[in-house]
Design a protein around this ligand. Sequence first.
Ligand SMILES: C[S@@+](CC[C@H](N)C(=O)[O-])C[C@H]1O[C@@H](n2cnc3c(N)ncnc32)[C@H](O)[C@@H]1O
Length: 260
Amino acid sequence: MSTRRSDIIRFYDTRFNTDHLLAEYYKGSDFYNFGYWADNTRCQNEACENLMEKLLGFIRQKKGIILDVACGMGATSRYLLKHYNPSEVTGINISTKQLETCKANAPGCAFLQMDAAKLALHDRVFDNIICVEAAFHFDTREDFLREVCQVLKPGGQLVLSDILVNKLAARWHPRIPKENWVTDMEEYRELYLRAGFKHVEVVDATKECWKGFYKHLWSWRRKNFLAGEIKLPAYAKMILRNLLAKAGLKYYLLVSARKA
Ligand SMILES: C[S@@+](CC[C@H](N)C(=O)[O-])C[C@H]1O[C@@H](n2cnc3c(N)ncnc32)[C@H](O)[C@@H]1O
C-alpha cells in the first residue's frame, strides 16, 4: 500500500480519537467536512446537513440508486435516507474501520471497501453519485471522474464538493497527489468534460464552506482555550496547522455534472 494511501486511512481513522474536542464540535454526528455556513447556521452538524442539501439540490429527481463515494463514517449515507430507501444507497470508502461505523450509522445500506479511483462496480448501474469533500485525495481525481462516468447510467448525475489547493500545497501536502493540481476553475471544469460528462456546473462556495468553517471552528476553539479545555502547546499547534491549511487552499467548489 502506498504511503499516501495509508496516511489518508490513518488520518481519518484516528481523527476523532486523537482530538476528542473535535468529535464534540461535530456533536457526535460522524460527519467530517467543512459544511455550508449560511448566516443563520448555528453549529457544525447543521452546516454539514446544509452541505448535503446544497448538493442534493442539484438533483431534480432523487430516485433510483445512488452511490456515496468516500462515505466517511456514514453520516452522508445516513442523510441520503431522507430521500432514498436503504436498499438504494451504496457507500464506498478505502477504510474498513470507517465502514464498520457506517454500518451502524446507516443500517440497511450497502458498504464496500473500495478505492474511488479504481471502482470495482458494474457499468451504467447508478442513477446518481455523490462525493462529499474527498476527490482532492484520489489518485488521481481524473481517474475517479472517468470511473464514475462509467458506472453512471446515461443521463445520470454526479454531485460533489471538492477542494482546489495552490501549487505549493499540491507539492508538499502528504495526502494530496501532485497530479491533482489544476491552475484554475476553468481547467478544473475541463477535467469533467474530458472524463465524458456533458453538462457541468461548478459553483465557488469558498466563502460559505471553507471560510465559514474556519470562522466557527476558531471561535469555538478560542472559547475552549480560554476555559482551559485546550492547553497552550496544543492550541499553538492548532494555530500553526490552521495557518498552513489557510495558505494552501484556493477554492471550495460545489459541482454538478451530467453524463450524456
Ligand atoms: C473529509 S472526509 C469526508 C467524509 C464524508 N464524505 C463526510 O462528508 O462526512 C474524506 C473521506 O475520503 C475517504 N477517502 C480518501 N481517499 C479515498 C479513496 N481513494 N477512495 C475512497 N475513499 C477515500 C477517507 O477515508 C475519508 O473518509
